[in-house]
Design a binder for this molecule. Sequence first.
Ligand SMILES: C[S@@+](CC[C@H](N)C(=O)[O-])C[C@H]1O[C@@H](n2cnc3c(N)ncnc32)[C@H](O)[C@@H]1O
Length: 201
Amino acid sequence: MSFFENTRKPRGLGGRIMVSMMNIGHGALARWGLGFLELSPDARVLDCGCGGGANIKKLLNRCPNGVVKGIDYSAVSVETARDLNRAAIDQGRCVVWQGSVDSIIFASGWFDAVTAFETVYFWPDLPVCFREILRVLKPGGTFLICNESSGENPRDEKWTKRIGGMTIYRAAELKGFLEQAGFQDVEIHQKKNWLCVTAKK
Ligand SMILES: C[S@@+](CC[C@H](N)C(=O)[O-])C[C@H]1O[C@@H](n2cnc3c(N)ncnc32)[C@H](O)[C@@H]1O
């Protein structure tokens, strides 16, 4: 297995190294994307494919009276995200759950916002996963997708060749899947090859 396969599902020592690298390496992208998300101090947020939990931490800082939950199907990601956010977990403001986004354990209509940083490339069936996210959002809630690759740079192909099961979506494809799932008010933001898409329930 190539080291880069750990971006899809971090495992073992290579996975631990990868999630630590991603916690740092995805910081600038996440800060840019979070600029498009309005959150009240008491918001309830779900971070899907949370990896090592750096974005959960950012969200907890943005919502000092809120609750932030994370979900990831990798045991290594879940363990790292829990370690990083231990204080908030102990305060009852954070939960990190091991599971796949196509079947989310959390209750319907509970979250003000759902985020997905650098992860939809790997999701099994986007319309199914997006319908699950729609289900857990409150009416009027926001789904934010943030990707470092927008599919517009020919060099993106090097990643899909290197990492099995990875698909890089263009903005229009994501908009189509979101609308198919029942989202509305889809907005697209781009900077360099970065892509951030927001959509409302
Ligand atoms: C490239 S990492 C990004 C991690 C983190 N969001 C970040 O920006 O650093 C992708 C993460 O998505 C998770 N993931 C991929 N497919 C998933 C699925 N179907 N359900 C839950 N998590 C998934 C992987 O385990 C991995 O932790």
